[in-house]
Design a protein around this ligand. Structure first.
Ligand SMILES: Cc1ncc(COP(=O)(O)O)c(C=O)c1O
Length: 452
């Protein structure tokens, strides 16, 4: 089916009108707008659980949790109720000079979950990364080591699109054009083989993890005096195509960062809040905690922009001083929004009351069984699974595969956004077995129709 045909499917009146207004007025994220000339926007009117509905009543299964944020479904009654109650008492107050119950309770509960007792709030994931980088840089200055200014990131890493975050991102498509604006940081090999060289041991190749750890060791040995921090997406490099790796790497990275006096920043923006099977991916390494954890996305169950950087007493103490300039003077107007913090608290309540981590662990084997025909499909390579993420590469010569697959899936009422030739499922945790199977069946039907 051509993209133009798909476009005509969305051409009923209310849908078409909203799409036309959107294309005339909204500059959409991560998008070459010209492609929307024949590649449809999906005009969403409402959401309910794992389903989104367009203006004409057609439903779409949100198979990617709306860019990895939604955990407990759209229009979740419990999060809705918590937000309505919060709305009726306090929507927002600046967090400089003031404080409020939701921000405090959330910081306390996140400290309990991570062991890191100082929470600095922001809005999106990239702003959390900026904060962690700035805090690390400033820490070393405050403790008399001002030459530690560089950051180390993994090859294929993704940490966001603002300039600081982009400077520790290694995805050429996002980064290359802005090269002249970015700080010159250091890239070290990721603990995963290239997707073109994966073997049967993928994704848990301990040898790859050790090899990459040795590269990190060489780097830190030679340049630790100029390195402030190492930033890492624990266990899964999401935007690089759900590249999963062995926790051994995190153990070694923690040892090395400690040995060479370099901060370790765990970017759990995608992996946090149960996505990899534990509340935070880092804990699967059983290594001592990182110096900074960046959280966002699932933190509010997908409701409101909120991010948070958690750090240690040692880091906090280095800023605590009579001199104003030694403090961390970073801010955003909506830092610690009461509404966003309330959504996060309601999300944590659901984790506790529904025993979500255990429930997901119980459901995953069944979902894996449904995936068996995919795993065995002749076009599927490197099928992998961790927690509530399933991914594989497609063997096809079809160009613009991601767009083709997206359009085919949308026509079938399924919202999936492949990354290159990598197809992945990252549904809200409330997906039931029947719906998961339906998602797999639709995917299989699309694969069976590819003839290139
Ligand atoms: C690991 C990681 N870090 C940072 C970000 C940036 O988050 P945001 O898009 O909210 O700025 C993302 C977004 O996908 C991410 O996956």
């Amino acid at each position: 089916m051509s993209l133009i045909n798909i476009s005509s499917q969305i051409s009923d009146q209310p849908n078409a009108r909203l799409v036309a207004r959107s294309l005339a007025s909204v500059w959409h994220p991560c998008t070459q707008m010209k492609q929307h000339a024949d590649f449809p926007l999906i005009p969403i009117q409402s959401g309910d659980g794992v389903w989104l509905t367009d203006m004409a009543g057609k439903r779409y299964l949100d198979g990617v949790s709306s860019w990895w944020v939604n955990l407990f479904g759209h229009a979740n009654p419990r999060i809705n109720a918590a937000l309505v109650a919060q709305l009726n008492s306090l929507e927002h107050v600046m967090l400089a000079g003031c404080t409020h119950e939701p921000a405090v309770e959330l910081a306390e509960r996140l400290a309990g979950l991570t062991g890191l007792g100082h929470a600095f709030y922001a809005s999106d994931g990239a702003s959390a990364v900026e904060i962690a980088l700035k805090m690390s840089f400033h820490y070393w200055r405050n403790v008399g080591q001002p030459f530690k200014q560089k950051f180390v990131a993994l090859s294929n890493s993704y940490h966001g699109e603002t300039l600081g975050a982009l400077a520790v991102t290694d995805v050429a498509l996002f980064r290359d054009v802005y090269h002249g604006l970015l700080n010159n940081n250091i890239i070290t090999p990721a603990p995963v083989p290239s997707v073109h060289q994966l073997d049967d041991n993928f994704p848990c190749c301990i040898a790859c993890a050790e090899e990459a750890a040795q590269a990190l060791e060489q780097l830190l040995m030679q340049r630790h005096h100029e390195i402030a921090a190492f930033i890492v997406e624990p266990l899964v490099q999401g935007a690089a195509g759900m590249r999963m790796y062995h926790p051994h790497y995190l153990v070694r990275a923690r040892q090395l960062c400690t040995a060479y006096n370099v901060h370790l920043i765990a970017d759990e923006i995608m992996t946090g809040f149960g996505r990899t099977g534990t509340m935070f991916a880092w804990t699967q390494s059983h290594a001592p905690r990182p110096d900074f954890i960046c959280l966002s996305k699932g933190i509010t169950g997908g409701y409101l922009p909120l991010s948070c950087v958690l750090t240690t007493d040692t880091v906090y103490a280095a800023f605590y001083d009579d001199a104003t300039a030694r403090g961390f003077l970073h801010s955003h107007s909506y830092t610690g929004s009461a509404l966003a913090c309330r959504a996060a608290l309601a999300t944590l309540d659901i984790f506790e009351s529904d025993n979500v981590i255990a429930l997901n662990a119980k459901n995953a084997p069944l979902f894996n069984q449904y995936c068996l025909p995919l795993r065995e499909h002749p076009r599927v390579k490197n099928f992998r699974h961790l927690g509530m993420i399933w991914a594989f590469e497609l063997e096809t010569r079809r160009t613009a595969f991601a767009q083709y697959f997206f359009a085919e899936a949308v026509a079938r009422g399924l919202l999936l956004r492949p990354i290159g030739y990598t197809v992945y499922f990252m549904p809200p945790y409330v997906i039931d077995a029947e719906t998961f199977k339906w998602m797999v069946d639709q995917t299989l039907a699309i694969l069976d129709n590819i003839n290139e």
